[in-house]
Design a protein around this ligand. Sequence first.
Ligand code: AMP
Ligand code: MG
Length: 480
Amino acid sequence: MAIRPSLDTNHCGRTGEGGIRTLGSLLGYGALAKRCFRPLSHLTKNSTRISQSILDFQFVICIGPTPTSSRAGNFVGVANDRLLIEMMDMISEDEARRRVLQSVDSLRERTVLLSRALDSFSARDVVARLRLPMFDNSAMDGYAVVASSSRRGARLQVIGEQPAGADRQLRISRGEAARIFTGAPIPAGADAVVMQENTTRNGDEIVVNVDVDPGEFIRRHGCDLAEGQKILVRGERIRSTTIALLASQGLTDVAIGGEVNAAIVSTGDEVVMPGTQLDRGQIYDSNSTLLQALLQRCGASVTSAEHCPDQRESLVKAIQRGIKNHVLVITGGVSVGEHDLVQSTLRSLGAKIDIWRVAIKPGKPFLFGQATGCAVFGLPGNPVSAFVTFLQFVRPAILKMMGSNNVDLRKVPAKLTVDLTNDGDRPHYVRGRIENGTFAPIGRQESHALFGLSQSNALLRIAMGDSLKAGAIVEVQTWD
Ligand code: AMP
Ligand code: MG
């Protein structure tokens, strides 16, 4: 039996020695103990006994300690066939993400009105064509003055009024003032504005009640933004404030990445639509609405969400409809049970399956393939698995299609409130709450536990074999 070279060997102390191939850090120490290994010994990296011992065996698993792990030393054991096959089929998350991103392209750009551009991604770099502010103007309602003739107690002659909107072409000299309003152009000769509240008006005169410094309350031409300065980078998300900045340049529209159309198919004989009567053994479909919300949050346009029983003919039809979109997200039916028909049905329709099973918890049965130009994602039916795999694999693909220059989730540092160890065989995404700079796991950490998920606002990824101590600063992913 050959071991696929795609397996991760990063943490492995020895690879390829004496013709023996090693699998790297695919399994945690605890998982080794729990599962189907025949452990040989705990051996240190340098031990010559390793190479002598392992020569007797066809398969060798070599687990290296990770920097944060308290478990020392390499572990050498022999896997049975079942585990080996399972491990051979699993690819790492990084590899899965790489393959997904490699398989999808950015869609063709389009130009939309600014009012339609929120949360899309700029297709071009945009530079300022107008300086901001566009002219020297007043930051206050008050009087434009010459600072050097406006000491406290000075009396000034008011020679006219400069409102916002129309330049009255006024000019003032020492001893004079012009009534002025916020946003109005500064009259020639003036070098400061004194606030209305700091003056006393008597007919055509004012008395200045404060000392005035040159430049006071004047917003200078170009002090905020220079002509030619970059105001939007290709791939940058267009936010409300970006739209405002574009509008300030006199623009009415913007070139953005293509619109991603997505279809959802939820599968399962036990799954029924909310709003209908439940029979014993049935559950309501929560994944469809979850995925709809997640897709919308990414900026994709959901064209359909349909449910399909675990029945081949229905699945064929649903998939045929779904793959008319850029993206098809299927939930349930991607595992190994007799009722898990998604993979074989996709293959029967000529789809190319690029990924099935990823070293991620929850979400191992994740599937990715392509059918007639549509990116097809098969997410496990358990809601937390569907959620986690959506964020880790579907979201980045959609963002790339939409032309985003950043497909990663936001990462936020937080202080861990409890000790956490991952002695499972895959990286574990722990659901929790980040609040006031701390992260605490919340709810049941099982893939069916939707309530806990609904209370969470962050995910902590714990690498296989890692032990994290309460008080440690960790980086958590956030999505809302
Ligand atoms: P499956 O991936 O089809 O083996 O399903 C795994 C688990 O997820 C089962 O307990 C299903 O009942 C549950 N499940 C599947 N689809 C859905 C759905 N659309 N909404 C909520 N739970 C689901
Ligand atoms: Mg099912």
